[in-house]
Design a protein around this ligand. Structure first.
Ligand SMILES: Cc1ncc(COP(=O)(O)O)c(C=O)c1O
Length: 401
């Protein structure tokens, strides 16, 4: 016997990807899947963006080698990511106190951040919002962190429970990691207001916490710059933080695994030193990053015409999600389903949390072939002309009783 005994019992299916498998296997003719975390258009397809196809055409015509990338990626990619996060001339850029590494997706960025912190002997407590993306506790837990929840949105509420959140975080120790969703909070769709970001930033300073901003949905909320509205509150002059970017959603490059970890240090020397340690974490993990997705992002961001076109494509995805939110609220309200649905129209990003009980979520699946995650997280992008009525009828049946 060689394998660990625990590995002989199957692991539970992934809470989100497992549902997709169950949906595929469901034989009922009318079924609705709003559980996935990817953008889909009105035909249920996740298309390749035209700018991505154009970038790939150019790359194919000019590519000469498949040599390894540098451990932290190409300089052009790292600069492009930095300039997407920070406004031109931002104090952090001017001081050269950020260092970006190319990682395989946002997940890779989070895992590299966790490994880097453990490797450097940082405090091993991470505070995550309740609720959060289920992979957050898994990534940090397996990297050796104690994962502590902070209240974020009370089930059924449509706003940040800011007082409860700050009260819980007042218990955090200096150096603890504070995981924040930069925009389009997954799963609630509820982001802090400017004033709430300021209060979070004040607490970060008072408790001397290390923020890690998970920036997986830049541009999916209100716009590329608008979605960075946490920046001034959290990235204050002299303060240190980490940022995990993902280009899975805003470039629809899901399978290419392209993202970045940006370390912001107190000065340029500390940033460069920290980067050398991040490179050790990467080298020991996957050695160096996959090339293709980052080449696409660099090609698009580096060409003014392509970049302008990509921003139009991104605005198209964003606009469709906003319109779907309106359609969703109308469908729920027109059925007089008890609940406060109107605020769903003004939330950010791909997800809305309906605030359903476990029993209601199970009834949606078992009695109506409607698949949603956890406490009723739905992918708003997945709403189509064809499925909105069966979906809203099913919610009315399980909630309106
Ligand atoms: C909050 C959050 N962070 C990170 C990620 C990871 O994205 P990627 O697919 O780039 O690893 C996701 C993906 O769903 C997410 O929802």
């Amino acid at each position: 016997m060689a394998l660990p005994v625990a590995s002989r019992t199957p692991a539970p299916p992934d809470p989100i990807l497992g549902l997709a498998e169950a949906f595929r296997a469901d034989p009922r003719p009318v079924k609705v899947n709003l559980s996935s975390g990817v953008y889909v258009d009105d035909t249920g397809i996740t298309p390749v963006l035209p700018t991505v196809l154009e970038a790939e055409r150019r790359m194919l015509a000019t590519e000469t080698t498949k040599l390894y990338k540098p451990i932290d990626g190409d300089a052009a990619y790292r600069a492009a990511v930095r300039d997407l996060i920070f406004t031109p001339g931002h104090e952090i850029v001017a001081a050269g106190r950020s260092a970006t590494s190319h990682t395989p997706g946002g997940t890779g960025a989070l895992r590299v951040a966790a490994d880097f912190l453990v490797q450097e002997g940082a405090p091993r407590t991470v505070w995550v919002s309740d609720p959060t993306w289920p992979n957050h506790p898994q990534i940090f837990g397996l990297a050796g962190f104690r994962v502590r929840p902070y209240p974020y949105v009370h089930p059924g509420d449509r706003h940040v429970s800011i007082d409860a959140m700050l009260a819980a975080l007042a218990e955090a120790e200096p150096g603890d990691l504070l995981l924040l969703h930069g925009s389009c909070h997954n799963p609630t769709g509820v982001d802090p207001s400017q004033e709430e970001w300021r209060r979070i930033g004040d607490l970060v300073e008072e408790r001397d916490l290390l923020p890690l901003v998970d920036f997986a949905y830049q541009g999916f909320g209100d716009g590329l710059r608008e979605d960075a509205d946490w920046l001034d509150a959290i990235a204050r002059p002299g303060r240190e933080l980490l940022i995990a970017s993902s280009f899975s959603k805003n470039f629809a490059l899901y399978s290419e695994r392209v993202g970045a970890l940006t370390v912001v240090a107190k000065d340029a020397e500390s940033a460069s030193s920290a980067q050398s340690h991040v490179k050790v974490a990467i080298r020991a993990n996957y050695s160096n990053p996959p090339s293709h997705g980052a080449e696409i992002v660099t090609t698009i961001l580096g060409d003014p015409a392509l970049r302008a076109q990509w921003e139009v494509e991104l605005a198209g995805m964003r606009g469709r999600i906003h319109e779907n939110r309106r359609v969703l609220v109308e469908a729920l309200e027109s059925r007089d389903i008890p609940g406060d649905w109107a605020p769903l129209a003004h939330q950010r990003g791909m997800f809305a949390l309906l605030g359903l009980s476990k029993e209601q979520v199970a009834a949606l699946r078992e009695e109506h072939a409607v698949y949603v995650v956890g406490a009723g997280r739905i992918n708003v992008a997945g709403i189509t002309k064809a499925n909105i009525d069966p979906f809203a009828d099913a919610v009315a049946a399980v909630v309106g009783k």
